[in-house]
Design a protein around this ligand. Structure first.
Ligand SMILES: [Zn+2]
Length: 329
């Protein structure tokens, strides 16, 4: 059984943002960036597959983490891939200082099982957007990045395969559901299984694979969603950070150029829980940025973006997304 119900109507957003449907394949495109894995060790939430198997499905663009007590290894993007994204950014960068805040239109796609399992109510959807706005606005801590998110449409699809095996059905689902152009943030909520919280594409990937552009989060990560330690809605904020071009704070570990952001201290590896005061790169200034949204700490720990990250997201926005006709600019 497959159905689509649109509850909020698409709002005309100006040139270049018409409803588009793309064709093509690539279920787990190399564009995958922010695959954020949760604790797979939770007793009530046993893993259905190993992180390694999942990483294989998703290819080198995927990144994930394993749960507390297990060996952590980063399957994030490689230093070479990060360098290539940086090169693309430098090539495309345009001057934009003083342009003011950016309002990002959002289309949120709730994908459930046919029996309704995995539903995210309209109220929860709005709460999720509020959490993102608060996070990007400096409402918890850190800087106001200047980014705001405006919900334009919610779609609802009941489909067991899309819900439970999104990666295998990703191309088809996104081709059918995705709205807008590069400026529109499409968020999909699905069951990502144990061990994974979300994924994202990078803005640099839009030109070559526009249909894949967007963020996917496990439906239990929305505010009050029930994912233990990860249900304040910060997974969507983290993934949207990737969607706006940010790497993890632990990208490249203690080695230059780290995450390509000046004011986020170097960090050897991802955090879990909330290890405030941790300092994994003792020969570099500052303690680990464990409260940064681009780390892997539990939701209650995450609270900030830095000015350097705000500037970097602005660079990506204007290079890859904002010039395409966003009326909010
Ligand atoms: Zn990530």
């Amino acid at each position: 059984m497959h159905y689509v119900v649109t509850r909020l109507h698409w709002v005309t957003m100006g040139k270049g943002t018409a409803w588009r449907i793309w064709s093509g394949a690539g279920a787990c495109a190399a564009a995958l960036a922010g695959l954020l894995a949760a604790a797979a060790s939770s007793a009530e939430d046993p893993p259905e597959r190993t992180p390694a198997a999942a990483a294989e499905e998703c290819g080198p663009g995927a990144e994930r983490r394993t749960g507390p007590g297990t060996v952590r290894d980063s399957h994030g993007i490689s230093p070479a891939e990060a360098a290539e994204y940086e090169r693309m950014l430098r090539e495309a960068r345009v001057p934009h200082r003083g342009d003011g805040p950016v309002t990002v239109p959002v289309a949120l796609h709730v994908i459930t099982a046919a029996d309704g399992t995995g539903d995210v109510s309209d109220d929860k959807v709005r709460e999720q957007i509020d959490v993102m706005n608060r996070g990007f606005g400096g409402g918890y801590a850190g800087v106001d990045t200047g980014f705001r998110f405006e919900l334009r449409e919610v779609t609802r699809t009941g489909d067991d395969a899309w819900f439970g095996s999104f990666e295998a059905n990703e191309a088809k689902a996104k081709a059918e559901l995705r709205r807008g152009g590069p400026e529109t943030l499409n968020i999909y909520t699905v069951d990502m299984g144990a061990g994974v919280l979300g994924q994202s594409t990078f803005p640099q990937d839009y030109r070559t694979d526009p249909k894949a552009d967007g963020v996917v989060v496990d439906y239990r990560t929305v505010p009050g969603g029930g994912r233990k330690g990860f249900d304040l809605g910060h997974t969507a904020t983290h993934e949207t950070g990737h969607w706006l071009g940010l790497f993890h704070t632990f990208q490249n570990g203690c080695s230059h150029p780290g995450d390509y952001v000046e004011d986020t201290p170097y960090e050897r590896e991802q955090s879990s829980g909330c290890p405030v005061g941790r300092d994994t790169c003792a020969d570099k200034p500052g303690t680990d940025p464990v409260r940064n949204f681009m780390n892997y700490s539990d939701d209650p720990c995450l609270r900030e973006f830095t000015q350097g990250q705000a500037d970097r997201m602005g660079d990506h926005w204007h290079a890859f997304r904002g010039r395409q006709g966003n009326p909010a600019r």
